[in-house]
Design a protein around this ligand. Structure first.
Ligand SMILES: Cc1cc2nc3c(=O)[nH]c(=O)nc-3n(C[C@H](O)[C@H](O)[C@H](O)COP(=O)(O)OP(=O)(O)OC[C@H]3O[C@@H](n4cnc5c(N)ncnc54)[C@H](O)[C@@H]3O)c2cc1C
Length: 503
């Protein structure tokens, strides 16, 4: 260890002490390590940032600070843009190295990281960006990605939390300037659906509760918006803010599966946990898309679909965001998101399908609102899923969801709908199922004819799909972004096989 190596551990979306490769590396290589979190005004005010995110940051940091104090050190909070915050820090703590995790973020954090790289170069600072997941920077080809992923997530041991972080000499001076912003916690309007707590403690508790108690209901339990609240793992917020690492979640599940092998009655458990492992795998698969193509925040992965006939009617966006479309399940989902910040996968897909295919809203137009109401906002997954559900990737089957059919299938007694749409409580299930035909008190009339509008957008999408130039582009998209996990035909299926109507 070189005696003059002074490090910053720049805390980003890795708000934990355990299994933290950036922190571990900093402690191995440097004599002093100062943990610091920077509240960046531009990020705090970004269109895809919300009170859910600020509250999650604040809570996770408050807890992390206590953990850091337990090791003998301190966690500094600075409010400033980056790199200017580094200039200020250097006046009191002449650090030579910055350690952080490799971040796959939105255009704002990408631009900021490029500015940091330039600043480090100009100031002779070494910036060590350490991977904390299985996403590969500067990946040349998807072939072979799986081996690297396995090496990082399955075969590398989970790192222990450090027990001692030597107190950096300048800490006292810096702490005198530390002013964490005042952020109020968010309280869900429905007590039974609280906003999730985001700390390393809650992450471990949620993981164990899922693996030991709730996880048996995962298979068959995650499509219903009601059941999924307890049957899905609910780990997404922890993975998004880094209070849990993917490796911790994945390896703990493998250990649990190993234990279950000894029990002949464990069939449903094993099936559920295997399904869960597959989804953990998807996580990096989708984040890799953004890592490999940062323009996907603004551009369709498949350029053939860059311009669909969206109308982007502001009143439609408003009605959708406020849960006032006149389609009970869509409205319940949007109000649920606004209230507690979480929704299961199928319902997320349905609200996007409804926005793009029925309301003709561009996926880029709905992106900021949706990002804000997801407490677990993870740009790589979010943008990949938005594009997939909008049908602009061109290598997947397009799923167009029918909200009336989803209501009957996933909420047949309208319990979820009545929880979030109180004005529908006096009505029977049959009446609610017919809300598009018969007025129900103060509840809004449908703002569009779902069937007719969807038909129009599907025709537009399929007119593009049929073109031979689109097929060639789709093959390129597959080569760059397609999954190599399962054996699939390299060529996308013919257009008439690519649409699944979920009536
Ligand atoms: C339009 C849309 C936007 C989405 N945006 C996000 C987002 O911003 N952040 C986010 O974490 N998930 C997002 N998802 C994926 C998925 O809905 C959530 O990960 C899941 O509902 C979170 O709940 P859970 O942790 O209980 O999931 P579980 O089913 O228990 O899954 C465990 C973990 O696997 C990963 N995972 C699950 N499903 C997917 C998927 N389809 N793609 C990639 N990873 C997956 C997540 O990390 C999740 O936490 C989005 C899905 C859609 C359709």
């Amino acid at each position: 260890m070189a005696p003059n190596k002074l490090a910053l551990w720049w805390v980003k979306r890795d708000m934990r002490l355990s299994d933290n490769p950036a922190l571990t590396k900093a402690l191995q290589e440097c004599t002093q390590v100062l943990p610091v979190f920077i509240w960046e005004p531009s990020l705090m005010q970004a269109p895809d940032t919300s009170a859910f995110h600020l509250a999650s940051w604040a809570q996770a940091l408050h807890y992390l600070r206590q953990l850091v104090q337990g090791t003998g050190a301190e966690l500094a909070h600075i409010t400033d843009e980056v790199p200017p915050a580094f200039d200020r820090l250097r006046t009191v703590y002449p650090f030579t190295h910055i350690y952080s995790h490799q971040e796959t973020g939105n255009a704002l954090t990408y631009a900021r990281d490029r500015a940091v790289a330039r600043w480090c170069h100009d100031h002779g600072i070494t910036w060590c960006e350490v991977p904390q997941n299985g996403v590969i920077r500067r990946l040349q080809s998807r072939d072979g990605r799986s081996q690297i992923w396995q090496q990082r997530i399955v075969h590398s041991p989970v790192l222990p939390a450090p027990t001692a972080i030597p107190l950096a000499k300048a800490t006292k001076t810096i702490m005198a300037k530390t002013r964490p912003p005042k952020v109020s916690p968010i309280v869900s309007p429905v007590a039974a659906y609280p906003v999730q707590d985001v700390t390393e403690y809650h992450a471990q508790h949620t993981l164990q509760d899922f693996l030991q108690r709730r996880g048996v209901g995962y298979r068959g339990g995650i499509s219903s918006p009601l059941k999924a609240f307890t049957r899905a793992s609910r780990l997404s917020v922890h993975l998004a803010w880094g209070t849990l690492s993917l490796r911790q979640a994945y390896q703990a599940t493998l250990v649990r599966l190993q234990h279950l092998k000894a029990n002949p009655q464990s069939g449903p458990w094993a099936q559920s946990l295997r399904g869960f492992l597959a989804r953990l795998h998807w996580r990096d698969h989708f984040i890799q898309r953004l890592e490999s193509d940062p323009t996907m925040e603004f551009t369709a992965l498949n350029p053939a679909y860059q311009h669909l006939p969206y109308t982007d009617h502001p009143s439609h966006l408003h009605a959708w965001a406020e849960g006032q479309t006149g389609y009970p399940l869509v409205d319940a989902c949007m109000r649920c998101l606004a209230g507690c910040g979480w929704l299961n996968f199928r319902m997320r897909a349905m609200v996007v399908s409804f926005a793009c295919f029925s309301l003709h809203l561009d996926w880029r137009f709905i992106h900021p609102h949706l990002a804000r109401v997801f407490q677990d906002y993870e740009p790589g997954i979010h943008l990949s899923q938005l594009q997939m559900q909008a049908g602009v990737v061109g290598i997947n089957t397009i799923r167009v969801y029918n909200p009336s059919k989803q209501l009957l299938d996933q909420d047949p007694h309208c319990k979820f709908v009545k929880t979030w749409v109180p004005e529908l409580r006096p009505f029977t299930t049959a009446e609610i199922a017919n809300a598009d035909k018969v007025p129900l008190g103060a509840y809004p009339r449908p703002i569009v004819d779902h069937k007719a509008q969807t038909k129009l957008m599907k025709e537009a999408v399929f007119a593009i799909r049929r073109k031979s130039s689109t097929k060639a582009l789709s093959q390129k998209v597959y080569a760059k972004h397609g999954s190599r996990k399962k054996k699939r035909p390299r060529k996308p299926p013919p257009p008439d096989k690519q649409l699944r109507l979920i009536h």
